[in-house]
Ligand binder design. Structure first.
Ligand code: GDP
Length: 315
């Protein structure tokens, strides 16, 4: 069995590679750009140089590898950057997915292609609409959210038009070791690690502290992706999340306890967004019923592991 991962050098992709390598009989292949990060590369993964915005490179790799499963995780996933660079976000995310779907269509060996959608597709959610099911209207509040709506719909359309086995998930926030330092959980954990190591002033500066998010450990999330390609219906989006919401302020409090660091918390408008999704909490009943998945790692453990990861990297 061969699995091909796009975005394998990134956060979720590298964790998925770690997990699949340990699965019996799975050979792991990954697509990386020549300029991709190298810190999470593994010797036992087969890497292929390519770019999701270049269809020919994807076709060549698919012809060579003949994967049974494709996990399409390559994307520009940082919401604030999607306002500054809307065109490249839409191009990487939408055209990248279109290319991957087109390359997948030519593969007789393929059992399923997984598209990683996002809770950002829901965007504006009223308090009485939480926890959100897949029937919730899609009202994205950022170019990133729009890009993920488009890829979600493309996946549905390719399943209907060509019978391609497209598995679509809408992951709510996920975090853990290796999370990029610009995302809120990592930004807090990294700053507290720097303070702990005596390398930064005891000040933490954030934007919107009231935003509520449903955080899953990345190691639980990538197991969900594997179960998804084995058990989910094609062409139907599935929410994945814990069903529990935390404010950004609560995340700060947990990391304060975990780190044992004392600091001053400041708010700064430069970290506020033109429009921010106020609350996102998942109803993932459909996914749980289809796969038997349950999140296993408690949130405090996730944040502890994230803090330890930053201490280790920064010392
Ligand atoms: P997202 O939900 O995929 O955009 O993940 P993020 O980790 O980037 O942001 C989660 C929430 O934290 C959003 O509501 C942000 O507005 C909020 N937040 C508050 N302060 C910050 C900050 O300094 N950086 C980031 N990235 N998010 C922040």
């Amino acid at each position: 069995m061969k699995a091909l991962i796009t975005g394998i050098t990134g956060f979720a992709g590298s964790h998925l590679a770690d997990f699949l390598i340990d699965e019996e009989g799975v050979e792991v292949h990954g697509i990386r750009r020549p300029r991709s990060r190298t810190e999470f590369l593994r010797y036992d993964v087969h890497y292929h140089e390519g770019d999701v915005t270049d269809l020919e490179s994807l076709q060549n790799i698919c012809d060579r590898v003949e994967p049974n499963f494709i996990f399409h995780l390559a994307a520009q996933s940082f919401v604030p950057f999607s306002w500054d660079a809307a065109q490249s976000t839409l191009s990487t995310n939408i055209i990248g997915t279109l290319n991957m779907l087109d390359a997948a269509c030519r593969l007789p060996s393929l059992r399923a292609i997984h598209l990683a959608g996002s809770s950002e597709e829901y965007g504006m959610v009223d308090p009485d609409e939480c926890p959100v099911t897949e029937l919730q209207p899609l009202r994205p509040l950022s170019p990133y959210g729009v890009s993920k709506v488009a890829t979600d719909l493309l996946g549905q359309q390719y399943q209907r038009s060509y019978g391609l086995n497209v598995i679509i998930t809408r992951a709510f926030n996920h975090t853990g070791p290796r999370r990029g330092e610009q995302f809120v959980t990592s930004k807090i954990a990294r700053q507290l690690a720097l303070i702990k190591l005596g390398k930064a002033e005891p000040v933490l500066t954030l934007g919107n502290l009231e935003a509520i998010r449903d955080f899953t450990d990345v190691r639980d999330m990538i197991k969900a992706y594997w179960l998804a390609v084995l058990h989910c219906e094609p062409g139907i989006p599935y929410n994945i999340g814990t069903g529990v919401g935390h404010t950004v302020e609560q995340v700060v409090c947990i990391l304060e306890k975990v780190s044992g660091v004392k600091f001053k918390l400041k708010q700064d408008s430069q970290f506020m967004r033109p429009s921010d999704v106020p609350r996102l909490i998942a109803n993932s009943t459909a996914f749980r019923n289809a796969t038997g998945w349950r999140p296993e790692i408690p949130f405090e453990q996730t944040l502890r592991d994230l803090f330890d990861y930053w201490v280790e990297r920064l010392k």
